[in-house]
Design a protein around this ligand. Structure first.
Ligand code: DLZ
Length: 166
């Protein structure tokens, strides 16, 4: 989770490349929809602000954060995308589901990043309560979806720079 001092939508100091011509899939969870809708909107807005064509952005919904790994895998297997962004929100409750879901999606997305040559970006909030999620979904600490979108553009540029240099 972001530090209290960091605004997730503040990219000053970061060199965000132009996304013109990049094809991006955004896979978003239905759970905690109030939050994931705001994160998804933040991601799409930021992609467009940085030059990604609307037609090159594909959004898809999966039931929960646990399903993000499979959704991202399908997007990668299609070979159609330069990057995949996963969006979710897991809120700590009295259930151990929190740990299982967070561990699963973190490991799942890491595994995909190791296996495929298109980056998968982690736009998942894992918070103690709803207020912390709202703060990071367009609230006082910015928008984690926007941060994920900017990261996607950076990582596609890194991939292109390093793999196409050979
Ligand atoms: C079951 C569950 C719970 C308890 N909490 C969340 C949550 O906070 N955020 C979320 O995205 N999904 C949650 N889920 C649903 C799981 O991610 C998954 O969809 C179901 O366990 C079915 O596989």
């Amino acid at each position: 989770m972001a530090s209290n001092l960091k605004n997730l939508s503040d990219f000053s100091g970061f060199d965000i490349p132009c996304g013109k011509g990049m094809r991006i899939a955004v896979v978003a969870a239905e759970w905690n929809r109030e939050i994931t809708d705001a994160l998804l909107q933040g991601a799409v807005d930021t992609l467009k602000e940085h030059g990604v064509y609307e037609n090159d952005i594909t959004t898809v919904r999966v039931p929960g954060t646990f399903e993000l790994t499979f959704g991202a895998k399908c997007a990668l297997e299609s070979g159609r995308f330069d990057a995949v962004i996963v969006i979710g929100c897991v809120i700590q409750g009295d259930t151990r589901h929190f740990d299982f879901i967070c561990d699963s999606v973190t490991q799942g997305i890491t595994d995909l990043n190791l296996k495929y040559n298109s980056p998968v970006i982690f736009g998942v909030l894992t918070t103690d309560n709803l207020q912390q999620a709202q703060d990071r979904a367009g609230g006082k600490l910015g928008n984690k979806g926007s941060e994920a979108a900017a990261t996607a553009l950076q990582m596609v540029a890194v991939r292109d720079h390093l793999l196409r240099q050979q």
